[in-house]
Write a protein that binds this ligand. Structure first.
Ligand code: ADP
Length: 415
């Protein structure tokens, strides 16, 4: 069955077509057929299309909204030029799966889209004012273009963390604020953390409740998750993705008083202060150079740039702190799993983040670590490391496609 996976941002639209069915899921043979990206929706859009094993096409065109962008995509995938195996017209798409960002307390699982689900996503808008309206635009566009009879599902970034207990998801602020506004930790990257925990389980032939791992999603956005007995026990992102690890442009954990200080002393508004913490902090803020980890590592190596080194050291230090905290919170972990652009590719960051953690039984194998690049899935700890270390490439789109299939068929979820 071909599932069209759609990920709509405020001015972008990412898609993949994934061929999957229940048998293919069992032996991991489901696969991506084509993918693409439309950036700068609303103005002169940059469009990239790629068929697996085929050509990559780039073009620009004025696309005024998400519906126009999706129309462009659909026209292309069904054109003779694309030649996607098994796709000739729209009827070859069996379902659409949307990436949903914020499902709050309402969506503990992926859901088949109907009027009630759409109303639920709307209700979550105050918690995700940028992301949820973009998700809705994608859903409305897909409904119009594919027609009302094509089943659609939504897979939320927050759902995996819905198992967190009160003592980890509550902030220590007056309890009434939780009652009135649902102010609490929700966590994000849930689809990625869930996928990594699932792959770890498969690699080690375990039952779901035997999975006790710390998953580290280190990309532009970064988050850690303590997975205990197969469920999210704690995660580093909070009410919004700003909390937790240091990221490309986000500060991560910070004393909230910094905001008041900035408002009074820098003469900026609360909004501008948050913009600074979200967009001008993290690796970019400390290095003053870039939010791109690869560039920072190059700067350090080639020019011994002091602030590039400082940014990298701070980043690794924060990762270590969360590893330590989660090992304590979980009463021991069996493995640490790295994923995301940095986690999957950066030999240097994995080495520095795992350095000097022998006291916790964590020992990285330098040689194996060096081999784990270019999408390799492998163990990189020494034989005698008490806690195993893995590199596991994430694949959120695959999980969205699988969940969509199951929701549409009403089949039980494996994970
Ligand atoms: P996003 O969170 O936007 O999906 P990615 O998961 O693609 O981002 O991660 C992007 C980050 O991964 C960037 O900081 C990039 O520099 C980093 N990265 C990718 N490849 C490497 C590499 N070989 N070494 C170090 N960092 C890398």
């Amino acid at each position: 069955m071909n599932i069209f996976v759609l990920n709509c941002g405020s001015s972008s639209l990412k898609w993949q077509i994934i061929d999957t069915d229940l048998e293919m899921i069992k032996d991991d043979s489901d696969k991506m057929l084509a993918k693409g990206l439309v950036e700068r929706v609303g103005s002169q859009s940059l469009i990239t299309y790629e068929v697996v094993g085929g050509k990559k096409v780039k073009m620009t065109e004025a696309l005024r909204d998400h519906k126009a962008a999706l129309n462009h995509v659909i026209k292309w995938i069904t054109s003779a030029e694309a030649k996607i195996p098994g796709i000739n017209d729209l009827s070859d798409i069996a379902a659409v799966g949307h990436r949903g960002v914020h499902g709050a307390e309402r969506f503990k699982r992926s859901a088949k889209i109907d009027k009630e689900v759409i109303a639920g996503i709307e209700d979550c808008i105050p918690l995700a004012p940028l992301h949820n309206p973009a998700n809705l635009k994608g859903i409305y566009a897909a409904q119009e273009i594919f027609g009302p009879s094509l089943p659609q599902a939504v897979v939320f970034d927050t759902s995996f963390h819905s198992t967190m207990p009160e003592e980890t998801y509550l902030y220590a602020v007056p309890y009434q604020l939780y009652r009135r506004f649902k102010i609490r930790k929700y966590g994000f990257h849930g689809t990625s953390h869930r996928f990594i925990a699932y792959r770890y389980r498969k690699l080690n032939d375990l039952e779901r409740d035997q999975v006790n791992v710390i998953t580290l999603h280190l990309g532009n956005g970064c988050s850690a998750c303590a997975v205990k007995n197969g469920q999210s026990l704690d995660t580093s992102m909070g009410l919004t993705p700003l909390e937790g690890l240091m990221m490309g442009t986000r500060s991560g954990d910070i004393d909230p008083t910094v905001i008041e200080f900035l408002v009074h002393n820098e003469g900026i508004s609360v909004e501008e202060a948050f913009n600074l913490l979200n967009k001008r902090s993290g690796l970019l803020g400390i290095s003053g150079l870039t939010n791109d980890m690869r560039e920072l590592i190059d700067e350090e190596r080639e020019h011994q740039d002091r602030r590039a080194t400082l940014a990298i050291d701070m980043f690794c230090n924060r990762v270590k702190k969360y590893i330590g905290a989660y090992i304590a919170e979980m009463n021991g972990a069996d493995a640490i799993c790295f994923t995301g652009g940095i986690g999957e590719n950066s030999v240097e960051i994995r080495k520095r983040a795992c350095q000097d953690l022998e006291a916790l039984g964590i020992k990285i194998d330098i040689k194996l670590n060096e081999q784990a690049v270019c999408g390799k899935e492998m163990k990189i700890s020494t034989e005698d490391s008490k806690v195993a270390i893995y590199v596991i490439p994430t694949n959120e789109e695959l999980l969205i496609a699988r969940d969509t299939l199951r929701v549409v068929l009403n089949a039980p979820r494996v994970w």
